[in-house]
Write a protein that binds this ligand. Sequence first.
Ligand code: HEM
Length: 526
Amino acid sequence: MNPKNWIMITSSSSPETFAIMTNDRIAWTCTCFCILIASVAAAVILLYNKTKKQERQQQLKPLPLPPMAPYTFLQIVHHLTGPDLPWFFLRISRAPNIGPIFRIQMHPLSSLFGRIITANNNCNWGPTFVVTADAKLAQMVLRDSANYKHPCVYGRFEKVGGRSIFSTEGARWHHARKAVSPAFHSKQIARMNEVVSCQIRQWMDNTFTPLYVNTGTPFDPSEELLRQMLKGISLAGFDYTISEEEVEMVLLEISIAFREILAQSINPLRDKFSAFHAAGRRMMLSSARAHKFAQSVLDHYRRRSNSMNSTIISEHHNNMIISMIANNDQYQSDDERCSDIISFYIAGHDTTAYTLAWILLELARNPAEQSRLREALRRASVDDRIHTPELKHVIKEGMRLHPVGTNIWRTLDKNITTEDYSIPKGAHISIATLSIQRNAEYFEDPDEFRPSRWEDPSDAALSAFLPFALGRRNCVGQSLAYAELYNTLAILLVDHEFRVVDEGRVDYFVTLKPIGVKLIVNKVEQ
Ligand code: HEM
């Protein structure tokens, strides 16, 4: 045997030979070992790939689009633009064969051919409009900051006052929202709330007590509170004492403009030829008047700032909504500033006033709940009244049953899948808060006013409570709104009793409103 084929392995510590092997045997063993390793690796890779492929196939398994609500384009447009909209969505979401997530027919051809085109409810042309009464999907859509407000839905609000913080996206929205946020920090809220409470007390002394409490004359809570909240936001956020004439003018012009916007969204011709008919021109006049009013608020602020000695300008003066708007130099013009002033005036009074009116109506309908709340308020010290759990539960329950912003729209930036459906990028999703907050899956007896349900709410109930929306485009004014709701209700309920004379009716355009309600109020002695 060739000695080269021998390998002598020696140890430095011990020179004795302890192993001898041939190169062939080493090569053979190594090859076998490599083959074994390679086979095991290949098997592992194959198995891994197979599992991944199965997973991918499961993921790719095309989930269907949500079911189509059985209505034609014209019927949908009729409901989508009318006061019945929130209830229409609620009815569909409760239909057993549809469920909480459904599509609505919006492509233009279906208006011509109706059901022929939508045969089998399976026509996927045109933009996808999905409505959700499902809280999980709503949370998913609202929390994803890439989803956005689309001009086809929010653009129409620009007819009153132009492009604003409420309607736009991108840099225009971003700088406005960023600049105004400090106006809603807790110190500012406390101050604004003090101003609004003062306003309510003045109204109670001058109007509420002499006109309604002392005489027993019924009053309309929406009409009264709209005016007080408008005066309150004007003084607290804009340092502007709005006159009675201006209050009436603002309320009238906003209402005229919104009604016409609604009419134009039913009839696109009315929209295109707005300048050629009287109602269209009247809407433009409303918008111009709203702008003129906003400009006078801005001018008033500037005059006041100039007249103040710079050393005595208070922190509050610098942190009001109006200061944030007036001093934000990223606005291109005063016109843009005025658009945001109008938005804050609108968003800051109508929502809070109607929420208060709904809660008063529910308490008047439910005397036992009203007494329970009054007793709790009376047990607490004056400062602690707003912290009583009973008040918190009444407010949450009122906002659950009557979310004034019942229809929040977002457009999807990417495809999303729920457990049952897949919804494509670009779809417009309506977060139907009224339907979500009255979904029996989250709330037992969902149409009943039952404040005690908030004593120990389930996680599902908490996640289905969305009156201020969520995420990047949530309500910037919600801390102020809560402060106003707590204080106003504590002041009103502690020594007054409300009874219903007329339930009125529900109206919906932009917000959900109790219209024509009449309540009688009595003083309840301590
Ligand atoms: C109970 C009272 C209120 C409710 C229920 C409410 C509800 C909402 C909701 C649901 C939105 C989102 C709308 C959408 O995306 O379509 C919103 C946005 C907004 N709210 Fe409120 N709101 C209330 C009070 C206020 C107050 C007091 C202010 C200001 C003083 C305010 C200012 C705004 C503004 C400026 C936006 C637009 C924010 C943005 O898009 O970045 N809101 N509100």
